[in-house]
Design a protein around this ligand. Structure first.
Ligand code: 26Y
Length: 824
């Protein structure tokens, strides 16, 4: 009977308008007479949210009835960006909203602009998690994401006098996309001590007692699939004091400050996202965040499983848990604790369940990014977990010993506990031992982890435990949403929007390669996107750039291994070369705009120096009358997801130039090519597979190969290290003060000249500069260039996150889609 009361949401412009007005006047308690863009944004979002939540309910019901296996994606970062545009497009009602808003006196673009990015992540790893959620829902997989509801996401970056300044990103003022679930809470324990007792049969039982308790409260974010009613859930945990708002005892005694302090201490756990990307810092609060989130999520997952009244042995047939890097590795220990201490299972039975449940994705081989926690910190914060880790290690080392007797050095190398001073828990090793599959994120990376950092584990567990799932990106956000004009041009050639759900259909546009009108429209769209970016550059930096110049883009986190320093040294080299030319010679030069963007971790000195140098070079070059439009250099502040949606479609060439063997995959490389830009890159990460797909004529590769990096580094330290002569001239210019006080940039120069050039900037410089010369020449032949771009886009089908998620579903999770009956 209740079905006849089910709300169905709006279907047309009229109904949409009614919903918006209703939300303005009731939910927001404002009158339509003073409805500004911000209120219109809120009301529009609420109208869409209502719809989503109905779909969400039906999806959850359907998935529960189906009673099949679910996947849980555990990630400390979800870099979602804006939700409204994505929801409108995935639901298919953007046109309805556009006309409805127009009738109310608003432009849909302005309303979309009102939204604050959900920036709960640092970079690639967090954005990958967001693309995965979109694909999981779009492919109708029963899946939940679990993360932390940070009060402050990644900081906002301001550039002041050429330096990065960090400003807090408070984003929760009014967030229509989340549902607090004050009834879904879990109390999480920290500190305390462990006591043992014996049951009737003489079995030892461990009790973790005392310490302090913090309450986790669930906030749910609906995740709409594209062109499907499936709406999955992202559950984010927020921390608060477990004993209610105040300690009334203290409050009654007049100790107001201290009663409030307890509450604030609890709320600190989910207060802020750690802004380090690929750099581990070993802070207690970070470990607290990890356990808080993992324990709440597992409690939730186990609670759901228990409702089915199945035997524990069936847990892995109902539940797959994917660990996004080692950050959630404590989940392995926590599940073992639940099964052994709380549910009374035998250690071996429990461990079989645990290892069958978990999969671990590695995202980096950089030693400074591998998580390690001191045993002392563990003992203090999570005493029972430390015992369990020691037991896991003991049993693991026993099996190693049986397989490879008398190899003491092997045991030392693979031990989960590093016998250093102080002793450390190696989280990656724990993740490998506790999972049934370990995957890298691009072919080269997956090969590298097998032959370097996890080599011993391949010998111990066999090679089949290790696999590759090359990353992907969602074409919904990164083509349909970010580049609507290109998307509809492609649609006109493919004959439908089906390429948005089967990206391999892009190959159909290669048939139109010689279609004049198509090529003209293609070039026109790129120019339009460049004009839009040029306007943005003007309004945000004041620099005027010529939209017909070659746009050269490097936007990503600032890191020495990603080599923005190579890029800016290359720009300086170009500037010096232009300066040395006569005005007549300069006329032949290809005009360029070098565009940089990205955040530096607040404590990463070298990264901040790089930002400063880029800005200093910009202020010299951009004001040099000899140079004019031939070269402009801009640093776009506060690079984030919504800015990426403007920048990516406007690129002619983008830079993916990490030292070979250091970038696990990269995902922006895929976004740029999908948007009709070419790339210059090293043989690293997914660049290699992109080359294989699009053809080597369509990419500008340069530099040393991963296999030669070790020898080169060795020769820097032990041989004679000579700096590339062109790079030496760049250093000379810097040291002469061409770009301001040379002392400001001394560390960037000496890292290369005097401290071993770990990232091989000098070794790759010549090849880099030469390859950029090839880019200039190629760009001058616009017909050839457009051919390369169209051909590349046509061949990018492989890099959809849909393909990627299907590989995880089949090869690691063993889950099946659950579709609504009447959906095709
Ligand atoms: C330990 C902690 C400080 C830490 C925090 C964040 C360690 C690593 C990270 C983030 C890593 C990250 O973003 N890695 C990137 O993952 C992408 C998705 O797989 C890859 O494309 C990219 O190459 C890799 O750098």
């Amino acid at each position: 009977a209740w079905t006849k009361h089910q709300v169905s949401g709006f279907k047309d412009t009229d109904e949409f308008e009614k919903e918006v007005v209703r939300h303005v006047e009731t939910t927001l308690a404002r009158s339509m007479f003073n409805c500004d863009e911000s209120a219109a944004y809120s009301a529009t979002s609420l109208a869409f949210r209502d719809r989503l939540i109905l779909e969400w309910n039906r999806t959850q019901q359907r998935q529960t009835f189906a009673d099949s296996k679910r996947v849980y994606y555990l990630s400390l970062e979800f870099l979602m960006g804006r939700a409204l545009d994505n929801a409108m497009l995935n639901i298919g009602l953007k046109d309805v909203a556009k006309s409805g808003l127009a009738e109310l006196g608003f432009r849909v673009e302005d309303i979309i602009e009102q939204e604050h990015d959900a920036a709960l992540g640092n970079g690639g790893l967090g954005r990958l998690a967001a693309c995965f959620l979109d694909s999981l829902a779009s492919l109708n997989y029963p899946a939940w994401g679990y993360g932390l509801r940070y009060r402050y996401g990644i900081f906002k970056q301001e550039i002041i006098d050429g330096y990065q300044v960090e400003v807090p990103d408070y984003w929760l003022d009014f967030n229509p996309w989340e549902f607090p679930r004050f009834d879904v809470t879990v109390d999480i324990q920290f500190y305390g001590s462990v006591h043992k007792s014996q049951d009737e049969s003489g079995k030892t039982i461990s009790h973790w007692e005392g310490g302090e308790t913090v309450r986790a409260v669930a906030y749910d974010v609906p995740i709409p699939g594209y062109a499907t009613s499936t709406t999955n859930n992202l559950r984010l945990w927020s921390s608060k004091a477990a004993s209610g708002e105040f300690d009334f005892q203290k409050f009654n005694n007049g100790e107001y400050e201290s009663s409030v302090a307890d509450q604030q201490r609890a709320e600190t756990i989910s207060a802020v996202l750690y802004p380090n990307d690929n750099l581990e810092r070993g802070k207690e609060l970070r470990l607290k965040q990890q356990y808080f989130w993992v324990a709440a999520s597992l409690y939730d997952i186990v609670r759901r499983f228990k409702k089915s009244r199945r035997a524990w042995s069936e847990f892995p047939e109902q539940v797959a848990i994917q660990l996004n890097d080692t950050h959630p590795t404590l989940a392995i220990v926590e599940l073992q604790r639940i099964l052994v201490d709380l549910e009374g299972l035998d250690w071996e039975d429990a461990w079989r369940i645990v290892t069958a449940t978990f999969g671990y994705t590695n995202h980096t081989v950089l030693p400074e990014a591998l998580e390690k926690w001191s045993v002392g910190l563990f003992q203090h914060l999570l005493p029972r977990h430390l015992q369990i880790i020691y037991d896991i290690n003991l049993f693991f080392l026993q099996t190693v010993e049986r397989k490879f007797p008398n190899d003491r050095d092997l045991l030392r190398r693979v031990s989960i506990i590093e016998e250093s001073q102080p002793k450390m828990v190696r989280m990656a090793f724990l993740a490998i031992v506790g999972s049934h599959k370990v995957n890298g994120v691009a072919e080269l990376h997956s090969d590298l982890i097998k032959t370097t950092i996890f080599k011993d584990f391949v010998n111990i567990f066999g090679v089949d435990k290790f696999t590759n799932v090359t990353n992907g990106i969602t074409p919904r956000r990164w083509l349909y949403q970010a580049n609507p004009r290109l998307s509809s041009l492609i649609e006109s050639k493919v004959g439908s929007k089906d390429f948005l759900v089967d990206l391999t259909l892009l190959n159909k546009i290669e048939l139109s390669l010689n279609d004049k009108a198509f090529r003209k429209e293609w070039a026109d769209i790129k120019l339009g996107n460049k004009v839009r970016l040029a306007n943005y550059i003007k309004s945000s930096t004041g620099v005027v750039v010529n939209p017909t110049a070659l746009f050269d883009v490097q936007v990503k986190r600032i890191h020495e291994y990603k080599r923005q320093q190579l890029n800016i040294f290359g720009v300086i080299h170009r500037y010096l070369a232009l300066k040395a030319q006569t005005p007549e010679e300069r006329k032949k030069a290809q005009p360029r705009v070098s565009i940089f963007g990205g955040k530096a971790a607040p404590g990463y000195w070298m990264a901040k120096q790089i930002i400063h140098l880029v800005n200093q070079v910009g202020s010299v070059v951009n004001n040099d009358k000899d140079i004019g439009d031939l070269l402009k250099v801009v640093f776009l502040e506060d690079y984030n997801v919504s800015k990426a949606e403007i920048i990516t479609p406007a690129s002619d060439i983008s830079e993916h130039i990490s030292t070979a063997g250091t970038e696990a995959s990269g995902t922006s490389n895929m976004k740029f090519v999908l948007n009709g830009g070419l790339i210059i890159g090293t043989c690293d990460g997914a660049n290699i597979e992109i080359t294989r797909e699009i053809g080597e004529n369509n990419i500008f590769l340069f530099g040393n190969l991963a296999e030669d990096v070790e020898d080169l580094r060795h020769s820097h330290t032990y041989g004679s290290h000579t700096i590339d002569p062109d790079l030496a001239k760049v250093f000379e210019a810097i040291e002469k003060g061409t770009f301001g006080n040379p002392a400001d940039f001394a560390s960037l120069v000496t890292a290369i000249r005097d401290h071993g050039d770990y990232y091989l900037v000098s070794d790759d410089f010549h090849s880099y500069v030469e390859t950029h010369a090839l880019v200039d020449e190629a760009y001058k032949n616009q017909e050839e260039w457009v051919t390369k771009c169209i051909t590349s886009v046509a061949r990018m089908g492989f890099f959809s996150s849909d393909r990627c998620i299907n590989e995880y579903a089949e090869g690691i999770w063993n889950i099946e889609p659950i579709k609504e009956e009447n959906q095709s």
